[in-house]
Design a protein around this ligand. Structure first.
Ligand SMILES: C[S@@+](CC[C@H](N)C(=O)[O-])C[C@H]1O[C@@H](n2cnc3c(N)ncnc32)[C@H](O)[C@@H]1O
Length: 207
């Protein structure tokens, strides 16, 4: 298989310095939409520990720490995105370089695991979901927001365009596809919403 992790790392190492400032589709626009949606959903949920997988520059954790004190962790493949996140000096947050399919945390560590605009970069998406489930406490929430499509467009992306792309984009699916994957990974679907034409957020609860 093409080395999607190496491509993602190179792509986001290169974008890190201007990611937050560039509010366009190819930089942080969809990330900001997803992070704000996740932050709204988290507002009514009690939690003590939250992990953001593919946290990038820490945009989501920055919002959340201003609203509620808790233990916040962010993990991302890109050293440079993590460097920018650490540089923000967000109190109560620990940022670590690591991969979504080998999370460097013990079983049952978090009440909530979030994932904003990162899942479509994962070459082993089922493994990433298993890892999210492993680090969640029983009853914990996995909130995944992403951009994706289904049908013929997804087939063309998955079988042709992503094989040519250099951004590390690896696979796409629509909201129903994520719901099916979460159910297969051992989550019950607690919430599912289309927030823009191609952007959705699906929340699973660990059984
Ligand atoms: C579009 S950015 C989104 C960043 C942030 N979550 C946001 O919404 O602004 C995608 C992030 O996923 C990270 N990423 C890609 N593949 C990853 C993997 N296998 N494990 C962990 N992070 C990954 C990238 O390094 C990048 O920071």
């Amino acid at each position: 298989m093409k080395d999607y992790e190496a491509l993602s790392k190179k792509h986001f190492d290169g974008q890190a310095g201007e990611y937050d400032q560039r509010d366009t589709y190819y930089y942080s626009r969809n990330g900001k939409i997803s992070c704000h949606d996740i932050a709204e959903q988290v507002r009514s949920v009690p939690y003590e520990a939250l992990l953001d997988v593919g946290c990038g520059t820490g945009f989501l954790i920055d919002i959340l720490t201003k609203r509620k004190s808790a233990r916040y962790c962010g993990v991302d493949l890109s050293d440079e995105m993590i460097r920018v996140a650490k540089g923000k000096g967000i109190r109560g947050a620990a940022f670590t370089v690591g991969s979504a399919d080998k999370l460097p945390y013990p079983d049952g560590s978090f009440d909530i695991v979030t994932c904003s605009q990162s899942f479509h970069h994962y070459p082993y998406p089922e493994a990433a979901m298993r890892e999210a489930r492993r680090v969640l406490k029983p009853g914990g929430l996995y909130i995944l927001s992403d951009t994706g499509i289904g049908g013929v467009g997804a087939w063309i992306d998955n079988h042709i365009l992503f094989k040519l792309a250099k951004s590390g984009d690896c696979h796409t699916t629509n909201r129903k596809g994520i719901e099916r994957m979460m159910a297969a990974a051992g989550f019950t679907i607690a919430d599912s919403r289309q927030i823009k034409a191609m952007i959705y957020t699906v929340t699973g609860r660990k059984k």
